[in-house]
Design a protein around this ligand. Structure first.
Ligand code: GPP
Ligand code: MG
Length: 293
């Protein structure tokens, strides 16, 4: 089992987990987050996601009324979010059951549990939100996989795991919280040669200009800093990652946002997402890259 070296749950004196005012603000946001859009969806089957959905929704869910309608919409949104995570797992490349995997920005653990179920592997999840780490470890115990799926209060930019300790690392909508060059330097250290990095992210379209108003509203809403599309490929190349797949999921995620806008758990961020995607200032992207270092 890959375990972090020399780390207490709060980091070390010289290398604390939270290192800047920005990181402390991000941790505070996620420590306090209890939004029904995430908790009620997670309650459907015990997989608590912190990412969006892909694929068409079944319009029949809008036909019911009252609480039946609410529950049908919530179950459908959850199905689309789980489909998103399944697609990400499809891009992990060759994985043996003895290969350790790393979920960087693991939230309440949804994608980690799916990865463990699919591949039978040990999974490490890291997050700078101690409440999310606690929640996810409680889920691991409840699901009977605590010996295989472990969540750590650690900074993905400096995890403390050993060099070449992981076969696959993924980020499911978490890279907008970190500097990509620092991130991929750490991932290069952690991955074995021939290891795989898989990512789903939202990025702004710097081919046609700067950060749009809608993208800025999304940043503000989540206390994040969405990167330009080009930055991903520059930072990957600079750290010896070679992309094998890049998929524009923008058209595939729009139905999720349309359904979410009609749902009882809409948060107000639906319009900025729909505007940004429709005007072309923002993309929902999957990137899979092999580590060639
Ligand atoms: C996490 O999903 C969302 C983010 C980390 C924000 C940035 C993502 C982009 C693709 C720009 P969530 O499920 O916690 O969000 P919500 O509460 O809105 O469902
Ligand atoms: Mg959500």
């Amino acid at each position: 089992m890959a375990t972090p070296r020399n780390r207490s749950s709060a980091g070390t004196m010289d290398r604390p987990v939270l290192r800047s005012a920005f990181q402390r603000a991000v941790a505070e946001y996620w420590d306090n987050e209890r939004d029904p859009v995430n908790l009620r969806l997670g309650d459907v089957d015990g997989l608590y996601h912190h990412h969006y959905g892909i694929g068409d929704y079944d319009p029949a869910v809008l036909g019911a009324s009252g609480s039946k309608r609410d529950q049908a919409i919530i179950a459908e949104m959850h199905r689309l979010e789980t489909a998103q995570a399944e697609l990400l797992l499809d891009h992990f490349g060759r994985v043996g059951s003895g290969d350790p995997l790393l979920d960087a920005g693991s939230g309440r653990g949804g994608t980690s549990f799916m990865a463990n179920e699919r591949f039978g592997c040990e999974v490490n999840g890291v997050s700078i939100s101690s409440s999310q780490v606690e929640f996810a470890n409680a889920q691991a115990r409840e699901r009977g996989v605590a010996d295989k799926v472990r969540f750590h209060f650690l900074n993905m930019l400096d995890t403390g795991f050993a060099d070449s300790s992981h076969q696959v690392i993924w980020t499911n909508e978490t890279t907008m919280y970190v500097d990509l060059h620092d991130l991929y330097a750490e991932f290069g250290r952690l991955l074995r040669g021939g290891g795989r990095y898989a990512c789903i992210t939202g990025c702004y379209n710097d081919v046609i200009g700067g950060r749009s108003k809608s993208v800025s509203q999304i940043d503000q809403h989540y206390t994040c800093n969405i990167h330009p599309r080009s930055e991903y490929f520059r930072a990957l190349a600079a750290n010896d990652f070679v992309p094998i797949n890049v998929i524009d999921l923008t058209a595939d995620t729009i139905p999720y946002w349309e359904l979410r806008a009609k749902s009882p758990v809409a948060t107000g961020i639906e319009e900025p997402f729909l505007n940004a995607y429709r005007e072309g200032s923002f993309h929902y992207l999957l990137i899979a890259a092999d580590y060639a270092g």
